[in-house]
Write a new protein. Structure first.
Length: 132
């Protein structure tokens, strides 16, 4: 049950990000310090922050419906969010950002990474018990 709950929360997060970045990019881009002053910039932002997250949300939702996709979805959540956390921490070291500029995004990434690892472990243990 815990893996499905974690994947459900991650699915909602990804779907919300996809929706906001596709439907209202002008609300999100400035928070990240990005501008949408050209059609190309708007397209890139909507693709990278909206389209990719829409695909991720669909993948995670499929993991909720099809158990065979669940472990892969949780593994992706754990590894991708951990990669994001490590990259974000690195940028804090090498760039003059200030912690306040990235604290909320970093906090969300840490929560997603921890949930991903917990869910992946629980799903792995569940499938291991089912095969023994």
């Amino acid at each position: 049950m815990m893996p499905q709950l974690i994947l459900g929360v991650a699915t909602l997060y990804a779907a919300a990000q996809a929706y906001l970045c596709l439907a209202r990019p002008e609300l999100v881009a400035p928070v990240l310090g990005l501008t949408l002053d050209t059609p190309l910039a708007r397209s890139e932002f909507m693709t990278a922050y909206g389209g990719i997250y829409a695909g991720i949300a669909v993948f995670w939702a499929a993991g909720l419906v099809r158990g065979t996709l669940r472990e892969g979805g949780l593994a992706f959540l754990a590894l991708a969010a951990t990669g994001a956390v490590l990259a974000r921490l690195w940028t804090l070291v090498v760039l003059p950002l200030g912690v306040g500029a990235v604290a909320a995004v970093l906090a969300a990434e840490v929560v997603l990474a921890v949930l991903g690892w917990l869910g992946w472990r629980a799903e792995w243990r569940r499938t291991l018990r089912a095969t023994v």
